[in-house]
Design a protein around this ligand. Structure first.
Ligand code: IMP
Ligand code: MG
Length: 190
């Protein structure tokens, strides 16, 4: 067992990091998004589809601020291609558990960068003929966009920097940070 005194405090990290969005700022914005979606989907039962793994934390917080009935699903996708550059061709690693034909779908994503992954995912879901398809994204790295992709709910528009925390990772780490931070490391290239 780890000595309690040596246990890292939640939200701390061993890497130099600059806080871009504080826990409080994220909480306030997520609540606003929940209010918007509640209002827009009043009387309906949307299916919120989170894109694994980055959207898990956002999904948990967003849905717990919502008041309308809803269903939660997750999908895992992986980009074909080399390195960290998105190619826009997506392979489904884990599909939905249920049919979405005729349903109101809200895709929940952590971040949109080039937009290629999301654009492909949207076309894939659209082919299943949902009644409606919208996208809710926490972070929009607008400057990096390479394709026109429809975003209906946006948490924050952020500058072109590699961010971690609140579900976002670098090499699998930092997802559990309660804030969104920029790693101060020259080793990180996108
Ligand atoms: P896109 O196809 O270029 O839009 O890729 C989006 C995906 O790349 C996101 O779902 C993330 O998994 C990942 N990604 C893009 N930017 C960042 C970042 O700054 N930090 C962590 N992951 C990122
Ligand atoms: Mg993602």
């Amino acid at each position: 067992m780890m000595d309690a005194a040596k246990k890292p405090r939640p939200g701390t990290t061993d890497m130099p990091m600059r806080v871009l969005l504080s826990e409080e700022a994220i909480r306030a914005r997520v609540r606003e998004l929940a209010v918007d979606i509640d209002r827009d989907y009043a009387g309906r039962v949307p299916v919120l589809i989170g894109v694994l793994t980055g959207a898990t934390i956002f999904m948990a917080d967003l849905t717990r601020q919502m008041g309308i009935p809803l269903e939660i699903e997750f999908m895992a996708v992986s980009s074909y291609g080399v390195g960290t550059e998105s190619t826009g061709v997506v392979r489904i690693l884990k599909d939905l558990n249920s049919e979405i034909t005729g349903r109101d779908i809200i895709v929940v994503e952590d971040i949109v960068d080039s937009g290629l992954t999301l654009a492909y995912l949207q076309s894939l879901l659209r082919a299943r003929e949902p009644a409606s398809l919208r996208t809710c994204v926490l972070l929009d790295k607008k400057e990096r966009r390479e394709t026109d992709v429809a975003l209906d709910y946006i948490g924050f528009t952020i500058p072109n920097a590699f961010v971690v925390g609140y579900g976002l990772d670098y090499a699998g780490l930092y997802r559990q940070l309660p804030f969104v931070g920029v790693l101060e490391s020259s080793a990180i290239t996108q």
